[in-house]
Design a protein around this ligand. Structure first.
Ligand SMILES: *[C@@H]1O[C@H](CO)[C@@H](O)[C@H](O)[C@H]1NC(C)=O
Ligand SMILES: *[C@@H]1O[C@H](CO)[C@@H](O)[C@H](O)[C@H]1NC(C)=O
Ligand SMILES: *[C@@H]1O[C@H](CO)[C@@H](O)[C@H](O)[C@H]1NC(C)=O
Ligand SMILES: *[C@@H]1O[C@H](CO)[C@@H](O)[C@H](O)[C@H]1NC(C)=O
Ligand SMILES: *[C@@H]1O[C@H](CO)[C@@H](O)[C@H](O)[C@H]1NC(C)=O
Ligand SMILES: *[C@@H]1O[C@H](CO)[C@@H](O)[C@H](O)[C@H]1NC(C)=O
Ligand SMILES: *[C@@H]1O[C@H](CO)[C@@H](O)[C@H](O)[C@H]1NC(C)=O
Ligand SMILES: *[C@@H]1O[C@H](CO)[C@@H](O)[C@H](O)[C@H]1NC(C)=O
Ligand SMILES: *[C@@H]1O[C@H](CO)[C@@H](O)[C@H](O)[C@H]1NC(C)=O
Ligand SMILES: *[C@@H]1O[C@H](CO)[C@@H](O)[C@H](O)[C@H]1NC(C)=O
Ligand SMILES: *[C@@H]1O[C@H](CO)[C@@H](O)[C@H](O)[C@H]1NC(C)=O
Ligand SMILES: *[C@@H]1O[C@H](CO)[C@@H](O)[C@H](O)[C@H]1NC(C)=O
Length: 445
C-alpha cells in the first residue's frame, strides 16, 4: 500500500513563535509535507491541495524527488514558506501546453503564457539548491527546430511571479527552460537570491546552432524594487531582459553563459504605453562564451534597445512608436569573455534609420570597471535616436580589448554628453566622415 503522501498537520501552540523567529510573523499553525507519488503518477492534485491547505500562514515542504505536473498551476502564498527540495516536473506534452487555455496569460507584454504562476505576499520559496523546476526543454527545442517561433505563441514561461508583494525565491534551479526561464510582473519588493537556469542543447543534430532562442533568464516588467542576486544563467537569448516599468532594480553577481547578454528592452513596443526604466544598479557580472558546438552566441555585455518611433505592425510580434525613458542606470564591474559588442545602444529595433526616430530617451547610463575582450573591434557603440539623443553617459575604467591586431572602435552617434570617451568618440566621428566620403557606411552593423 502507498503511504499517505500529503500530510497536513495542525500543530497547536508553539509554532507561532517558531514562525515569527523565521521572520514573517506568521500567526497560524499549518504545516504540510508532500512527497512524490512516483511511478509516473500525476502529482498536480496533491501539490495544489498542500498549497491550498498551508499556503496562508503556513509552511509547505516538498521532499526530494520529482513531482509530475500535468496542468497549469497557481500558488497563492500569503505569509507562507515553501521548502522545495524536489523538482516540479512539467511533463513535456508540447501540444497540450501550446493550447492557450491550458496556460495563463498574466504577462501582458507580448501576450506571453505561463504554466506556473506564483502570487501573493510575504512568502519565501526556498529550493535549497536541490530542487526547482524541470522544464524538459530539449523536447520543446527539438519540437520547434523546424517550426516558426513567435512572441505570444504559447510557449510557457517556467516560473512567473505575478502580483507579488514581498516575495523571496531562494536557491532555485530551473533545468532546461523551454522558453523564458523567469518573469516578474506587476510585483514589488521581490528578492531572488540564487537562481540557476540551464538551457543547454544536447541533441547532436543541432550542435553549433542556437537551438534555444527565447530562453531568457528573466524578463522584468511593471515591477518595482526587485533584487536579483547570485544568478547563473545558460541560455540562447537575453540573460536578463529589463522591460518597461522596471524601477529600482538591483542586480548583483550574475554569470551569463552564452546568449545575447543583458538587455534593456526592447522598449517602446506599444504605441499606447510609455516604458519607464529608472534607478538600476548592476554589479559583478560575468559573460562567458561557451564552446560554439554548445552555444554559438555571446552577443554583448549589456545592450539597450528601443523600437523606432513608427508603428510596424502590432504586438506581440510587431510594434513600435512607444514613448518613455531609461534613466539612472549603473553597470559596475563586468568581465566579458569574447563578446561580439561589449556595450551597445540602438533605437531601430523592428525598423530602420529611415523611419520616424524613437522618442524614448536614454540618460544617465554609467559603465564602470569593465575588463575582458571582444571578438571584433567595436568596443562601445551608442547609436542614439536623433529625436532625443542620449545624454549623460559615462564610460570609466573600461578595459575591454578588441580582437588581436585590430584597432578599437568607439561609436557615439547622437550623443549629447558623454564622459570618459569624448576623445575616442570625436576621433570616431572623423573616421566615419572620411569613410562616408569614400562611400563606406561604417554605421551599419
Ligand atoms: C492568517 O494570519 C492573519 C494574521 O494573523 C489572520 O488575520 C488571518 O485570518 C490568517 N488566515 C488564515 C487563513 O489562517
Ligand atoms: C518537423 O520535423 C519532424 C521530424 O523531425 C516532422 O515529423 C514534422 O513533420 C516536421 N514539421 C514541420 C512543420 O516541418
Ligand atoms: C493582486 O493582489 C491583491 C492583493 O494583494 C488583490 O487584491 C488583487 O485583486 C490582485 N490583482 C490581480 C489582478 O490578481
Ligand atoms: C525593497 O524590497 C526589500 C525586500 O523586500 C525590502 O527589504 C526593502 O525595504 C524594499 N525597499 C523599499 C524602499 O521599500
Ligand atoms: C546544464 O545542462 C547540461 C546538459 O544537460 C549539463 O551537461 C550541465 O551539467 C548542466 N549544468 C549545470 C550547471 O547544471
Ligand atoms: C555568486 O553566485 C554564485 C551562484 O551563481 C555562487 O556560487 C557564488 O558563491 C556567488 N558569489 C558570491 C561572492 O556571493
Ligand atoms: C494598449 O494597447 C494594447 C494592444 O496593443 C491593449 O491590449 C492595451 O489594453 C492598451 N492599453 C491601454 C492602457 O490603452
Ligand atoms: C508605466 O507607468 C506609467 C505611469 O508611471 C504609465 O503611464 C505607463 O502606461 C506604464 N507603462 C506600462 C508598460 O505599463
Ligand atoms: C539612481 O539609482 C540609484 C540606485 O541605483 C539610487 O540610489 C539613486 O538614488 C538614484 N538617483 C536618482 C537621482 O534617482
Ligand atoms: C578573453 O577573455 C577571457 C576571459 O577573461 C580569457 O579567458 C581569454 O583568454 C581571452 N581571450 C583572448 C583572445 O584574449
Ligand atoms: C544622428 O542620427 C541620424 C539618424 O540615425 C544620423 O543620420 C546622423 O548622422 C546622426 N548624427 C550624428 C552626429 O551622428
Ligand atoms: C544630438 O546630438 C548631435 C550631436 O551628436 C547634435 O548635432 C544634435 O543637435 C543633437 N540633437 C538633439 C535633439 O539634442
Amino acid at each position: 500500500m502507498k503511504p499517505k503522501t500529503f500530510i497536513p498537520s495542525l500543530i497547536i501552540g508553539f509554532l507561532s513563535s517558531v514562525l515569527i523567529a523565521r521572520g514573517f510573523g506568521i500567526q497560524s499553525n499549518n504545516e504540510c509535507t508532500v512527497t512524490p507519488l512516483g511511478d509516473g503518477q500525476d502529482d498536480t492534485d496533491q501539490v495544489l491541495a498542500a498549497i491550498s491547505q498551508c499556503g496562508t500562514n503556513g509552511t509547505i515542504t516538498f521532499t526530494e524527488g520529482s513531482f509530475d505536473i500535468t496542468r497549469k498551476m497557481t500558488w497563492e502564498l500569503n505569509s507562507a514558506r515553501v521548502h522545495l527540495f524536489g523538482y516540479l516536473n512539467f511533463v513535456p506534452d508540447v501540444e497540450y501546453w501550446l493550447n492557450m487555455p491550458n496556460t495563463y496569460q498574466v504577462v501582458f507584454i507580448q501576450s506571453q503564457s505561463s504554466w506556473f504562476v506564483v502570487t501573493g505576499s510575504d512568502f519565501e520559496i526556498d529550493a535549497h539548491n536541490t530542487g526547482g523546476i524541470q522544464g524538459n526543454g530539449q523536447i520543446w527545442w527539438d519540437f520547434f527546430s523546424n517550426r516558426t517561433r513567435e512572441d505570444g505563441d504559447g510557449r510557457p514561461i517556467s516560473l512567473t511571479l505575478f502580483n507579488v508583494t514581498r516575495g523571496i525565491v531562494r536557491n532555485f534551479r530551473i533545468d532546461a527552460q523551454p522558453f523564458w526561464c523567469n518573469c516578474v510582473v506587476e510585483s514589488e519588493d521581490v528578492v531572488y537570491d540564487g537562481m540557476l537556469c540551464n538551457a543547454t542543447n544536447t541533441n547532436p543534430e543541432f550542435a553549433g546552432t542556437n537551438l534555444v532562442p527565447n530562453t531568457d533568464g528573466i524578463d522584468t516588467y511593471r515591477s518595482n524594487n526587485v533584487t536579483l542576486m547570485n544568478w547563473d544563467i545558460t541560455c540562447g537569448d537575453d540573460c536578463l531582459a529589463i522591460k518597461g516599468n522596471t524601477t529600482n532594480l538591483l542586480v548583483r553577481n550574475v554569470t551569463c553563459n552564452g546568449g545575447n547578454g543583458i538587455a534593456f528592452g526592447s522598449l517602446g513596443q506599444y504605441v499606447n504605453l510609455s516604458d519607464i526604466v529608472e534607478n538600476v544598479y548592476m554589479e559583478d557580472l560575468k559573460m562567458v562564451r561557451l564552446p560554439s558546438n554548445v552555444q554559438p552566441n555571446m552577443g554583448t555585455g549589456v545592450y539597450l534597445k528601443t523600437w523606432t518611433g513608427e508603428v510596424n505592425g502590432t504586438p506581440p510580434t510587431g510594434g513600435g512608436g512607444g514613448t518613455g525613458h531609461v534613466r539612472n542606470v549603473t553597470i559596475h564591474n563586468v568581465k566579458v569573455d569574447q563578446v561580439d559588442i561589449p556595450v551597445h545602444v540602438y533605437q531601430t529595433n523592428g525598423g530602420s534609420v529611415s523611419e520616424t526616430p524613437s522618442t524614448l530617451m536614454f540618460s544617465g547610463l554609467h559603465f564602470e570597471d569593465w575588463t575582458g575582450n571582444a571578438t571584433g573591434n567595436t568596443i562601445v557603440e551608442f547609436v542614439c535616436s536623433p529625436a532625443v539623443n542620449c545624454t549623460d553617459l559615462t564610460v570609466e575604467s573600461f578595459h575591454v580589448t578588441p580582437a588581436a591586431n585590430e584597432a578599437p572602435r568607439y561609436i557615439c552617434q547622437n550623443v549629447t554628453s558623454i564622459s570618459g570617451l569624448q576623445e575616442l568618440c570625436s576621433l570616431q566621428h572623423r573616421v566615419m566622415q572620411l569613410d562616408r566620403r569614400d562611400g563606406v557606411d561604417e554605421l551599419e552593423v
